[in-house]
Design a binder for this molecule. Structure first.
Ligand SMILES: [Zn+2]
Length: 499
């Protein structure tokens, strides 16, 4: 605690329950903020003077949540900007609707470029974001699949040639020098990828102090799930890179293999290999209907049926509605609509698969190397500005803290906040984030631990914001004030990997 009663701060947060897992702090205290940083922590009674004040009496004051796994890179940009090549060339939607969803869920920093897909070149994208202004803080991986496409290795069933790997490595190097966090893989989307190819890319990132994030090879129930984890552990061991195993719930949350994957990860950690994972707190994933995961054998492998699949949007053919948002598939509609997708007769729609087991997600959450990440991304109805899609985009943190931590008593609040903020900051090497210590960036989420609840649900349509998150500060600026977005300001920063 620092006592600086004579200083006047830009903003003072008073009387909150300050929880900072990075310093094992859990106490009632005041926080003084100046120039975007935390400059003082003081026991109540030591009145800190501020130009403005937030009364956090009865609320938890936590380091801002860091979403280590998101898919909303395009949404960082205002509307109508031309984007660079790659899979992100989707219809631009109005600015910041999805960003607002993350923000109202307490997120102050989001990590993009996941699952092998990123903007290229990242340096140019970062500059553009800085010109336009960033709502919340943003950093990005460089996507392996994006580099594959640019290097001419477009056939997802074939390994890249030595020459292609060489040019992919050059592209990755360029992005790393431009501030990319590291390399992200989407191996399931390019199953022809060889181990040698993956290792070459990891070595490029590791040589520059970067990380790797991996949508691994297998996302269904079977021994391949464990093989996929072991493959990524091997990459981490052979390259020396820190590996983040993406959305472990949707990779291994179907049966006995979750526990085996978690055990393999913990064992690797005990041997000094840095492998971590993220998980989202839902029993369903979302992907494209045309994705290879839904190829023949999917229902048998996962012991499920078409009725476990939900359409996340309305599907139309020639202006005629053939499937409504929230509707479950039947045997007949699944094969019919998937054929339309595969034949290119309709745009590939999103599908939500209710096939992940809740107890397996809980096992993942309890592992000390697993953090909370949303895998979020939503669809905007441009007429109404409402968001649709998987509820994880709007409620990951609120659901974790409400349903799993408060109601389910899965872990204490300090550990829960560690998984939402401190651990991601440590893994990413963000030394001024993930804590509420003097000198930290003033990214702060203030919520009511007795009330925090997600309200976005499956099958119901639009993604409503959670309840119980009162204030969200990004670099010292309140962007959420008494639960409402403060419009017209963009205090976020682009975070470039520090060499
Ligand atoms: Zn993924």
């Amino acid at each position: 605690m620092v006592n600086t009663p004579t200083e006047t701060f830009d903003l003072v947060i008073r009387n909150g329950r300050v929880i900072d897992p990075s310093t094992s702090t859990d106490t009632i205290a005041d926080i003084g903020i100046k120039n975007g940083s935390i400059c003082a922590l003081a026991l109540p009674g030591t009145i800190l003077e501020g130009k403005e004040a937030i009364d956090a009496d009865g609320l938890v004051v936590a380091p801002g949540f860091i979403d280590i796994h998101t898919h909303e890179d395009l949404e960082m940009l205002p509307r109508n900007h031309e984007t660079s090549p790659g899979d992100l060339r989707i219809a631009p939607s109005p600015p910041h609707y999805t960003m607002n969803a993350f923000l109202l869920d307490g997120v102050t920093t989001m990590i993009g470029g996941n699952c092998g897909i990123s903007f290229y070149p990242l340096a140019g994208y970062f500059n553009l974001l800085e010109q336009e202004g960033c709502l919340i803080n943003y950093a990005s991986y460089g996507g392996h699949n994006t580099y594959r496409g640019l290097a001419g290795a477009g056939d997802r069933q074939l390994p890249a040639t030595a020459e292609q790997v060489k040019s992919m490595a050059e592209l990755a190097q360029q992005d790393l020098d431009g501030g990319a966090l590291g390399i992200s893989y989407g191996i399931m989307y390019a199953p022809g990828t060889s181990y040698a190819e993956m290792l070459a890319m990891a070595r490029v990132a590791a040589a520059r102090g970067g990380l790797a994030a991996s949508h691994a090879r297998c996302g269904w129930d079977g021994p391949e799930a464990l093989d996929s984890m072991n493959e990524m552990i091997s990459i981490a061991r052979d390259s020396g890179i820190t590996m983040q195993y993406s959305h472990i719930g949707s990779m291994a949350g179907y049966g006995e293999y979750m526990d085996a994957c978690l055990a393999a990860m913990s064992k690797a950690q005990s041997e000094g290999i840095r492998v971590f994972a993220d998980v989202y707190p839902y029993g369903a994933w979302m992907t494209n209907l045309g994705s290879a995961i839904l190829d023949d054998g999917f229902f048998e492998r996962n012991n499920c049926e078409p009725a476990d699949l939900e359409s996340s949007g309305d599907i139309q053919v020639d202006g005629k509605m053939i499937m409504k948002r929230g509707e479950r598939y039947t045997q007949e509609s699944f094969y019919r609509i998937r054929a339309l997708t595969m034949d290119g007769k309709i745009p590939d729609p999103f599908v939500i698969g209710h096939v992940i087991k809740q107890d397996k997600i809980q096992s993942a959450m309890l592992n000390p190397f697993v953090m909370i990440g949303s895998d979020g991304g939503a669809v905007v109805d441009t007429k109404t500005g409402k968001l649709f899609g998987h509820p994880r985009t709007a409620g990951t943190r609120a659901r974790f803290l409400g349903e799993f931590v408060r109601q389910g008593k899965l872990m204490d609040l300090v550990t829960a906040i560690y998984k939402c903020s401190t651990l991601p900051a440590e893994v990413l090497g963000l030394k001024k984030k993930g804590g509420l210590f003097v000198g930290a960036d003033a990214d702060i989420t203030i919520f009511d631990a007795d009330r925090i609840t997600d309200t976005a649900k499956f099958g119901t349509g639009f993604l409503s914001p959670p309840e119980g998150i009162a204030y969200v500060l990004v670099n010292g600026v309140p962007l959420v004030d008494k639960g409402k977005i403060v419009p017209g300001i963009r205090p976020g920063k682009v975070i470039r990997r520090q060499a």
